[in-house]
Design a binder for this molecule. Structure first.
Ligand SMILES: O=C(O)CCC(=O)C(=O)O
Ligand SMILES: [Fe+2]
Length: 334
């Protein structure tokens, strides 16, 4: 049996020798093959997890690691030591979230104790924004920062499907280098390409009993970021000297689904613009502040931008629009 398989593999390798890398990558079964062979043995997974745990313990006692953030330290060290991307390693990614949670620094309850609702504001100056919200961990919704964005009319499922079409450099860029979160759909969407291959009816919620879906991805491909930024601009209220991250995040999905409750470890606060649909957010203070801070639930409407430090507030989302998918775009700022 194994001799037969071996012969078959040898013959496939022989046939591949005459193809270019691009030809091989465009073969329909290439992705399955790559995913299958990238799955690691239990032993290797255990070693990865053990190292992550040791890094976590070190973070508690080493100021510099806890300052940089355990997630960044893991990302760079795993790349250097094992040549793996922690977000793409199936056996590591889900457990990593729990580890990051366990080893996160204690939050000061000053940031949440006086907040009992989310304010909606408009026409704010950069100076006022900087003083009251930018770096205070005080979440807020800004209602007038997307008025001239072309994204409001143009962003929809088909728009992104065209950008991330099969074999495009945009799709390859995201699949090879950026983060992809399939949330509850992880059994069916292995990559962003799978999202844009779903049935038309499901994507557009044509039948009443369509299967809900929700995904998020970071767009770390510069040329795609450049293209997308023709449709939106840097929010006017961000402090002049603040650098927007080169990474943009896109979250998209149908009513009923969203992101589970979690806390991030990305250092910086972020803005997230609700381009289409309505999304409910629940912000929960860190457990050490439960006795003094409130959980907040509110809806972000199309045309509104939420400012949130996702590193200090636990957060979860759920799309609540009646018959429209939700699309948001966001970024970190410093
Ligand atoms: O928009 C969402 O559904 C989740 C967003 C999120 O988790 C984040 O921005 O950190
Ligand atoms: Fe988050």
């Amino acid at each position: 049996m194994s001799k037969k398989i071996n012969e078959k593999i040898q013959s496939i390798i022989k046939q591949c020798e005459s193809l270019s890398n691009d030809d091989i990558e465009s073969l329909p079964n290439y992705k399955k093959f790559k995913v299958f062979y990238s799955k690691k043995s239990h032993k290797t997974c255990d070693i990865y997890l053990l190292c992550a745990f040791i890094f976590g313990l070190l973070a508690i006692f080493t100021t510099s690691i806890s300052y940089i953030g355990i997630e960044h330290v893991l990302y760079y060290s795993y790349d250097r030591i094992f040549s793996i991307n922690i977000y793409h390693e199936e056996c590591l990614a889900p457990k990593l979230e729990t580890l990051i949670d366990i080893f996160r620094p204690i939050t000061s309850c000053d940031i949440c104790q006086h907040i009992d609702h989310i304010e909606r504001i408009s026409n704010i100056t950069r100076e006022e924004f900087e003083e009251k919200y930018a770096y205070t961990n005080h979440p807020v919704i800004i209602t007038d920062a997307m008025n001239d964005w072309l994204a409001l009319e143009n962003f929809n499922y088909e728009f992104f499907k065209r950008i991330y079409r099969t074999n495009s450099s945009a799709l390859r860029g995201v699949e090879d280098n950026c983060q992809f979160f399939p949330y509850k759909n992880k059994d069916e969407f292995e990559t962003l390409g799978d999202v844009f291959n779903m049935d038309f009816d499901r994507a557009h919620m044509i039948d009443d009993d369509y299967k809900p879906w929700y995904v998020g991805w970071s767009n770390c491909d510069y040329s795609t970021a450049y293209l997308l930024r023709q449709y939106y601009s840097r929010p006017y209220f961000l402090p002049e000297r603040s650098e927007s991250s080169k990474l943009d995040w896109i979250f998209m999905g149908t009513p009923g689904f969203g992101a589970h409750m979690h806390i991030d470890n990305v250092d910086l606060p972020s803005w997230q613009a609700q381009v289409r649909g309505r999304k409910q957010w629940t912000l929960r203070p860190a457990p050490e502040c439960f006795h003094i801070c409130k959980e907040l639930t509110f809806i972000v409407e199309p045309g509104e931008i939420i400012i949130l430090n996702t590193n200090v507030w636990y957060h979860k989302t759920s799309v609540v629009s009646e018959d429209e998918i939700s699309i948001t775009i966001g970024s970190e700022f410093d």
